[in-house]
Design a protein around this ligand. Structure first.
Ligand SMILES: [Zn+2]
Length: 146
């Protein structure tokens, strides 16, 4: 159902708008919700709301205001948060972002110890990124990525 609507929506917008609306993410989210809706009423509600919402997007025929894009992102964020909290799913690249942040702060500690902040930070970042990529790959393998 949603897939058909999404395909319809894609036809009304250009690539730039599609990436602004994070259509790929929206597609992955709706697929998730369709799998989860039988067991989770919140997912079911999100899915029903999304169907109505995608129809209103189609009706805009590619005419999106900044405000609409902003609200759109908030909407996706809200559903993503639910999927993360209730269904232990993570957004794509989640661990990489975490690893980067963690690696940077670790790097500052390294840097202080080595008396060379630049080397410390690049060391920390490479470790953090390596861990992040491996955790992302692991989550993907387990089918836990939104
Ligand atoms: Zn749910």
């Amino acid at each position: 159902m949603c897939k058909k609507l999404l395909a319809e929506l894609k036809e009304t917008i250009d690539n730039k708008t599609a990436s602004n609306l994070e259509l790929d993410k929206l597609e992955r989210i709706t697929e998730r919700l369709e799998l989860l809706e039988t067991d989770c009423t919140t997912c079911e509600q999100h899915l029903t709301a999304l169907q109505t919402y995608i129809r209103t997007l189609i009706n805009k025929q590619g005419q999106f205001e900044k405000q609409t894009i902003k609200q759109h992102k908030q909407k996706l964020q809200k559903i993503t948060t639910h999927l993360q909290k209730q269904h232990q799913l993570v957004p794509d690249g989640y661990y990489l972002t975490m690893g980067l942040a963690f690696g940077t702060s670790l790097g500052v500690v390294f840097g202080a110890a080595l008396n060379n902040i630049a080397i410390g930070i690049s060391l920390g970042i490479s470790i953090g990124v390596a861990i992040g990529i491996s955790l992302d790959g692991d989550a993907k393998k387990k089918g836990n990525v939104i």
